[in-house]
Design a binder for this molecule. Sequence first.
Ligand SMILES: [Zn+2]
Length: 427
Amino acid sequence: MDLTIEGKAFINGLFEKCCIGVDQGRISSIKKISKGDEHLDFGNKLILPAGIDVHVHFRDPGMTHKEDFSTGSLAAAFGGISCVFDMPNTIPRTIDLQVLSDKIITLGKKSYVDFGVYSCVTNSNIKNTGKIGKKCSGFKIYMGSSTNSLQLDTSNLREVFNEVDSTEKPVLIHAEDEQCLEKHKKKERNLVDHLQSRPSECEEKAIRDILESSRNINSKIHICHLSSSEGLKLLKNRPENVSCGITPHHLLLSVKKNLKPQSRYKVNPPLRTSFDREILFEGMRSGFIDMLESDHAPHSLEESDVDFGDAPSGLPGVETMFPLFLYMAKKRILSFQRLISIICEGPAELVGIPKGKIEVGKDADIIVVNLKNECKIKSDYLHSKCGWSPFEDWSAIFPTHVFVRGERIIEENELLGSQSFGRFVGK
Ligand SMILES: [Zn+2]
C-alpha cells in the first residue's frame, strides 16, 4: 500500500476513526488499523471526500486576463475541490470537436486539479452532438442569453434531448426563457432593475419547457443555478433523471442596496428576494436540491466597476463554496450528511466520475478539516485573478490538506501540487 490516511473519516454517512489505504491513486482499503509505506495520522481531524464543482467558468482559452486554468484550478484546490467542470463560453466557444480537443490539451498543461469540459449545444450544431458526445463531459444549453453565451431556441429543445440521449452524457441547462427576458428588458441602473428585467417567471417558463420536452428521455438533465421559489415549486415532482443545483450566492445573498458596488453583484439568473433565498435554503437543507455549484464566473475589477448597465454578469466562488458550508455544518445549520451529499456525492453522480465518496475503489480525493480553524474570508488570500469575493469577511473553514488521487496537493495550507497534475476525467 502506498499510503494510509488516519483520522475521523466520513464513511457511509457517519464519522468513524479509521485508516484509509491508498494504492495507485485509489482507495484500496478502509480498516480500523493499517499501515502503508507512508502513514499520515490526522488524529481527530475530519477526513472528508474532496468537493466537485460541476459549474465553473475558468475563462481559458481566450479571456485569461479574467482567470486562467492555473489560477482557477489553484483556487479550487485551496477550497477543497478536487475536480471542476468547465463551461463552454470561452473563446473560441467549445462547440465542435476540434475546439474541444484543443481545450482539453491546453487545460491539461495548466490544471492543479482534475477537470472535465462541457460542449455547448446551439441551434447550429445539434446534429454533431453524437460525435462531440464521445469526448465531452456533458452538454450545456443556454435557453436565455447571458454573458458571451450561445442561446438555443426552445423549439429545438426536444430535438437536442433526442440527440443527446444516445451519448449518455448529462445536459446542463441555464433555464431562463429568452422571449420572456426580451419582454422584460429595461435600462438597468442597479440590482433591483436587473432583477426586474429577469423576473422569476422567465425561469419558471424555461423549467416548464424543459420538463415538457424531456418526457421519455433517459439522459440526465440538470437545471443549473436554480434561483426562484417558483422554479423550486415546479421541480417538486420532477422525474428521476432531472436534477437541480444551486449556487452559494443564490443561497446566501439576496437583492439589497447595501451590496456595493452593485455592478459587481450582477449575475444571471439575478440575486432575488430574501423570500426566494429562504425557500431555496430550506430546499437545500431538506434534501430537495441535489447539489451546490459555484458558477465561478470571474471578471476583472476594471470590467466590473463600471456603470451598472455596462457591467458583465458573473461572480467568483469556487474557492469559498466548500469552506462557507463547512462552517455552516460546524454551526449545525446543515448536517454533514447534507454537506457531503450536495458538494461531493450529488455532483459525482451527475457527471459519472469515481469520486465524491470515501469508499473502496473510488479516487483518493480527500480533504482534511480542522473544525477549530475558523477564519474570515479575505480576498487578499484567495487565488482567483479577479481579486474580490462576494463573501468578504464571512466565516469559513478551509481544509488544511487536500489530496487528489492520493497525491498531496495542499499540505498545512501550503501548495505542494503542480500545474499539469490535473487530469481530464473523460476519455
Ligand atoms: Zn455559468
